[in-house]
Design a protein around this ligand. Structure first.
Ligand code: PLP
Length: 475
């Protein structure tokens, strides 16, 4: 049995897949990576000193390192590997597209696959969000959506309506404007941001709500804060509210029940556009194509997507926008209306072909239903870890979860603890066969959607051991 033969059987990697490289080759490649690569969020203090993790293969829910170790991919790459690695159907769709037409200029043309994909996404999105703009990933999706909002208000003759409301703990990308919406302290060191354009509200993190406040009271607090901020700024100056349904890299923060509906009602009241950043939550992560309406009961004006749309096989992102909004600036009566924003690779045919093949797999294998069925088990098993002394809270929904570590459960204070505790847990887990996504004192888990119960059991068992070993280290 070869890798190719078994590749479309998710979660069952052949033992002989991707033969490990020889020790010399590994050492040489690691040295090249250490010497020449600058990685995202690179610690330049350690540049050229720390060995890189070299991955050379992947199948199903597993990645394989250069020494032949097989690890469960706990974070599904970066929340993107939905259907699992080694899918021949996606690879073939990409190869066929590359052979028949590797590229088309979006300046004057489109492709059958881009047309079909736009129509599919228009069906999946809530309400009348039936116009789709393609970009190259999540950051450019958010950036393009925000620039659409700027264009929209400028064109409608209200250039003062510019301010974007975001939240603490948010992450929306790494372009200038999307990064300006980030509410994470880590992302604010030594970089400049469009401070005049973005205002941050409190992080909707019920676990760290003010002392003595109920969760319902916390929701009231967040909504009252939002309304007060809109009135302070002046509704005529506030253009958009951007929100991840669940703040993903902020640590899987789950806003209190009713928060999104109430925030959307405020936006409607003050004529503010709502952007739901579904770069992480769409394409099955919460058991639905999009989560805004299906899970949170809201119909935003714009949704952004990326990652899971191609299961990470090739970059693609975009946003869908409501007909009601588009119609205000489109059509023959809107002379000179031009949305001057785009990319060489907008609607790239190879990416669109990969996305369509990915969507077919999700449908054919019933992966949305699978996530809805298996998620309660995943969440329940992970919640068992709350019994460990180091674990303050385990939270999550669908196939996204976070283990939040604290120095003591009473004060919930993460800062009293070594802030790199997530990294330590990850290091132990990698030795045991699991990749963790560490964020300071938190471990985020968002495995491929194809995960089954035995792999969940293994994931939880390794994570438990990793946390216990870290606890021992700290003592
Ligand atoms: N929006 C959200 C919610 C994200 O989590 C991310 C990335 O993690 C982005 C946007 C940026 O996407 P990308 O890294 O594809 O540019």
């Amino acid at each position: 049995e070869t890798f190719a033969d078994t590749a479309d059987r998710p979660g069952r990697p052949p033992e002989d897949a991707a033969a490990p490289l020889g020790a010399n080759a590994v050492a040489e490649l690691e040295a090249l990576a250490t010497r020449h690569l600058v990685q995202p969020w690179e610690s330049l203090e350690h540049l050229g000193q720390e060995a890189r993790t070299l991955l050379t293969g992947a199948e199903g829910v597993y990645v394989r390192d250069a020494r032949g170790n097989r690890l469960i991919d706990g974070p599904a790459g970066m929340w993107c590997m939905q259907v699992g690695y080694g899918r021949r159907a996606i690879a073939e769709a990409m190869a066929e597209q590359a052979m028949s037409m590797a590229y088309n200029s979006p300046w004057y043309s489109t492709s059958p696959v881009a047309a079909e994909l736009a129509a599919r996404i228009a069906e999946m999105t809530p309400g009348d969000l039936d116009h789709v703009f393609f970009t190259t990933g999540g950051s450019t999706a958010v950036d393009s959506a925000l620039r659409f909002v700027q264009f929209f208000n400028n064109y409608l003759g209200r250039p003062e309506k510019k301010i974007i409301l975001s939240r603490g703990g948010a992450y929306h990308g790494s372009t200038y404007l999307s990064a300006s919406c980030s509410g994470k302290e880590r992302d604010k060191v030594y970089l400049d941001f469009a401070k005049d354009l973005v205002v941050h509200l409190s992080a909707p993190n019920p676990y760290r709500r003010p002392e003595g406040m109920s969760v319902e009271g916390f929701c009231d607090f967040l909504i009252e804060e939002m309304e007060a901020k809109i009135l302070e700024l002046g509704p005529e100056r506030v253009a958009a509210f951007i929100a991840e349904p669940i703040l993903a890299s902020g640590g899987v923060l789950m806003p209190p029940p009713g928060y999104h509906r109430r925030a959307q009602a405020l936006c409607r009241k003050y004529d503010i556009l709502t952007i739901s950043d579904e770069v992480v939550t769409a394409f099955g992560r919460l058991g639905h194509w999009f989560a805004s309406e299906a899970v949170f009961g809201i119909t935003p004006d714009i949704v952004t997507f990326a990652k899971g749309v191609t299961s990470g096989y090739v970059p693609l992102g975009g946003f869908a926008i409501s007909r009601a909004v588009v119609e205000q600036v489109a059509g023959p009566e809107n002379k000179g209306s031009v949305y001057s924003n785009g990319y060489t690779y907008s609607g790239h045919p190879v990416s669109c072909a990969a996305a369509l093949a990915n969507i077919r797999i999700i449908e054919q294998e019933g992966l949305l239903e699978h996530v809805r069925e298996i998620a309660p088990y995943f969440q329940a098993r992970l919640r068992e870890l709350e019994a460990l002394p180091l674990v303050g809270e385990v939270r999550g929904l669908g196939l996204m979860a976070c283990v939040d570590c604290v120095a003591d459960k009473q004060s919930k204070n993460p800062l009293a603890l070594d802030k790199e505790v997530g990294g330590r847990i990850d290091a132990h887990c990698q030795e045991l066969g699991l990749v963790v996504r560490p964020i300071y004192n938190m471990c985020v888990m968002s495995p491929p959607l194809i995960i089954e119960k035995p792999e969940i059991d293994r994931l939880v068992e390794i994570l438990r051991q990793g946390i216990e070993r870290t606890q021992d280290d700290l003592e």
